[in-house]
Design a protein around this ligand. Structure first.
Ligand code: DP6
Length: 335
């Protein structure tokens, strides 16, 4: 018995930062992202005599996993089994399974590999249990969320949310698709200024969010208007509206990070230089392009198709940066 899936990362316009349950990755507020078409991750899961995880890079070489990473997979599978139990399908997932991950994500490029990996694992698990229970994409997104909050959104292609939901159950927060990948052709030109690994991972970062004096206002603003403004901007393909709400939310999240205890500084001098330069280009040449940064110094420049060439030549002119190109994509699939 085995199943295989592939998936990709996503880039958030409204950022997920902070949980109401760290263990279950239940978010404090909703978030919203665009699923990318690359780089891909593939996972094979099969029934086995004992639990194991192995990870391989695109060139075929095996990547040594830390004990902490292996533990995360073990924990996720046990949470997934608990969730399946709530659907009366506890035994659908074998007691032990062997997981093989093949990642085409270049190391340390600032693209969330956990979103691609855990959405891929969830889809593979959905394939594995399919004989006993057919999971909807919404239920599969719950499985993904148990591994990484942002992974829930990569179950869907195009544009999707992670809903805040209510309650403290395993299934109390899930993803929903706003529009599929054919709705709006947007590109993500990724500029990676520094190849250093980030110091504090998102999992530890989420737990600090509520120590910032600005966190409560952030949550309230997302709930009262930002998430809805972003949904409206996408539905109406209103780029200017999308730009305003995305940049506002990104800077707000980094403000919360920088004012938490201890404070988290993910942006560096290169990030600020690139952001200022793109603002300059925008006001001079009226190019539709927005910037957003996750938990690292990498700058994502998102633009519609007509601005792609101008944004690419801007990116190529930035010294010392690695550039990665992606566009809106179809989400996790069983293969
Ligand atoms: C800043 O989903 O990476 O990228 O659940 O601990 O894996 P874990 O956190 P993760 O958090 C994402 C943080 C972010 C914003 C976002 O993608 O929404």
């Amino acid at each position: 018995m085995q199943a295989k899936a592939h998936s990709t990362p996503n880039i958030a316009f409204i950022k997920y930062w902070g949980n109401r349950s760290e263990e279950l990755r239940l978010p404090q507020a909703a978030s919203l992202s665009m699923t990318l078409d690359r780089p891909t991750v593939e996972i094979v899961i099969q029934e086995a005599d004992a639990f194991s995880v192995r990870s391989f890079l695109a060139d075929g070489g095996e990547k040594a996993l830390r004990e902490k990473d292996i533990e995360r997979f073990r924990k996720v599978l046990s949470l997934m089994r608990r969730y399946l139990e709530t659907l009366h399908a506890k035994d659908a997932l074998p007691e032990h399974s062997a997981i093989t991950v093949r990642s085409h994500i270049p190391p340390a490029i600032g693209l969330a590999s956990s979103a691609a990996v855990f959405s891929c694992l969830a889809k593979a698990v959905a394939g594995l249990v399919a004989e006993k229970i057919t999971l909807t994409d919404m239920q599969t997104s719950i499985l993904a969320r148990l591994g990484s909050g942002s992974a829930a959104r990569s179950i869907f292609g195009g544009f999707s949310t992670l809903e805040e939901g209510s309650g403290m159950e395993l299934g109390s927060s899930w993803s929903e698709q706003i529009a599929d990948e054919r709705h709006w052709l947007l590109h993500d030109i990724v500029l990676i200024p520094a190849l250093e690994e980030k110091k504090v991972g998102s999992t530890e970062g989420h737990a600090l969010a509520s120590t910032s004096p600005f966190y409560a206002t952030r949550i309230e603003t997302i709930r009262s208007r930002r998430q809805q403004e972003c949904i409206d901007a996408i539905r109406m393909k209103d780029f200017e509206k999308l730009q305003n709400v995305t940049e506002e939310d990104c800077l707000d999240m980094h403000h919360v990070m920088e004012t938490s205890s201890p404070s988290l500084h993910y942006l560096n001098e290169d990030t600020h230089r690139i952001v200022n330069a793109i603002k300059g280009l925008r006001s001079k040449e009226h190019i539709p392009v927005l910037f957003t940064m996750d938990a690292g110094p990498t700058v994502h420049l998102v633009c519609p198709d007509e601005a792609k060439d101008a944004v690419l030549s801007f990116a190529n002119a930035q010294k010392g940066c690695t550039i990665f190109k992606a566009k809106v994509g179809p989400g996790a699939k069983i293969i």
